[in-house]
Design a protein around this ligand. Sequence first.
Ligand SMILES: Nc1ncnc2c1ncn2[C@@H]1O[C@H](COP(=O)(O)O)[C@@H](O)[C@H]1OP(=O)(O)O
Ligand SMILES: [Mg+2]
Length: 349
Amino acid sequence: MSYEKELAAANKAASLAARLCQKVQKELLQSDVQSKSDKSPVTVADYGSQALVSFVLENELSSESFSLVAEEDSGDLRKESGQETLQRITKLVNDTLLSDGSFSVSSLTTEDVLRAIDRGKSEGGSHGRHWVLDPIDGTKGFLRGDQYAIALALLDEGKVVLGVLACPNLPLVSISGDSQHSSHDEVGCLFFAKVGAGTYMQSLDGSSPKKVHVSTTENPEEASLFESFEAAHSLHDLSSSITKKLGVKAPPVRIDSQAKYGALSRGDGAIYLRFPHKGYREKIWDHAAGCIVVTEAGGVVTDAAGNPLDFSQGRYLNLDTGIIVTNQKLMPSLLKAVRESLDEKNSSL
Ligand SMILES: Nc1ncnc2c1ncn2[C@@H]1O[C@H](COP(=O)(O)O)[C@@H](O)[C@H]1OP(=O)(O)O
Ligand SMILES: [Mg+2]
């Protein structure tokens, strides 16, 4: 199975969704809504991105029966209080489709938008094909004007077979600790990977794709760590204890969203650790695209016990403790350091 048509549709859908999100983020920052903690523009971008991706996939693949596992649903937009937001989302989606020029549709109605969003209710699973979407991954980064990603993947019989990460604010040059990048660097990366065919990166503006590869370093002293910007999302103390054991010298690089997987896939840094607080359940849309982008670039993604992630069990991942990502050479020593640090943490409780 080549998944050629599916990959082209996914790239188009994620790129258009990125365009919609960029517009909302720009307006959000200009109107300084952030400081008023009014989350509505974020909601607009989340919903708009999901509606757009759902619509583009259906349109490009002319498939009536496709299944989509995605984060948002239209419940709040169907209420009286959601009508104004729904109008804004519908306008955003239509303006974005119009800006592309390749769609012959006249405008989508609000009902079309609601239907497109609700496509995302699928439960996924181990049989058949399921698209998996996080319309905005890293909402907190999006609000801050920092990193976020549109993450889209395809599962076939429970396995991730393609993944696309659109990272509108990620510099095209390396962001690892040892390289300097400035506010003048061009931003906007699209990573895409297909099973058995490697990982590629291009600019969101459409430059020619380049094949990327994870860092091949075996030396932890040369390796830097990526982790969540938000301390509430991952235990920074635990990753610090792990990297210290391993001998990592560089300070951690903290950024939001699956942009971490993208950056890792092109060799910025060599390790990504994610240890959520107790009780948090990871969702498949937060890792499916990132996982194939890294593994097709030569990396390894496992849980803390060293098992590969299983995307076939519905909307959630059932994990042992956390997610660890690195290259093949560093993985054995990283797993050992993870085990030791977890044992120490557990024995001190
Ligand atoms: N308490 C939490 N622990 C771990 N991850 C979380 C938590 N709350 C939200 N997230 C998810 O972390 C992801 C962002 O990760 P990162 O920290 O790498 O930027 C988002 O998908 C976000 O979910 P959501 O998509 O529902 O906002
Ligand atoms: Mg998310």
